[in-house]
Design a protein around this ligand. Sequence first.
Ligand SMILES: [Zn+2]
Ligand SMILES: [Zn+2]
Length: 212
Amino acid sequence: MISIQRFTFNPYQENTYVLYDESGAAAIIDPGMYYPEEQNELVRFIREQQLKPELLLNTHCHLDHVFGNKFVYDNWSLKPQFHQGELVILQAIPGYAPQMGLSYELSPEPEVFLPEQGTVEFGKSALELIFVPGHSPAHLCFHAREDGFLIGGDALFYRSIGRTDLPGGNHDQLISSIRNNLFILPDDCVVYPGHGQSTTIGFEREHNPFLQ
Ligand SMILES: [Zn+2]
Ligand SMILES: [Zn+2]
């Protein structure tokens, strides 16, 4: 069984997730640590739970979701894994972060890119990849089918959806990827988004104002 720990980090209030199972293996998803106390909070949790991080995943490569990639690499020698279509988004960050007054420690680039469909594994657990472009060009969600939850990134939020006015964003594409690739999941599948509170597929199918 996969356990999940949420942290909310950085000036964008981004949700960072640590998934772990009974083997102690862990996956760190969208590490958004920006301030030293946020880095310490993550390390403290991993030490206290005696976890061994085996995977570093990014749903997509906007700044707020990759702030902590370098820190994870320095501490656990993990390079990030994401879809190749996000590399251009990652590489653009040094060009805009300073203008926003933000310091950014350069993320390592992947050795392994993730496909649109497939699975990633850590410990005794597997996550299925779901391709949900639109907020960014090659955004992935991570579905823990047996445990009934989805790490949703910035695709689907509680009563909202990801913004599509950033480079590579496409509103119609986001709507159709949510309908075709997320709304086929079970109603009771819990969505843990990149910002804000968790929700379920069934609730959003019924109440999300962007998808009626
Ligand atoms: Zn984003
Ligand atoms: Zn975000």
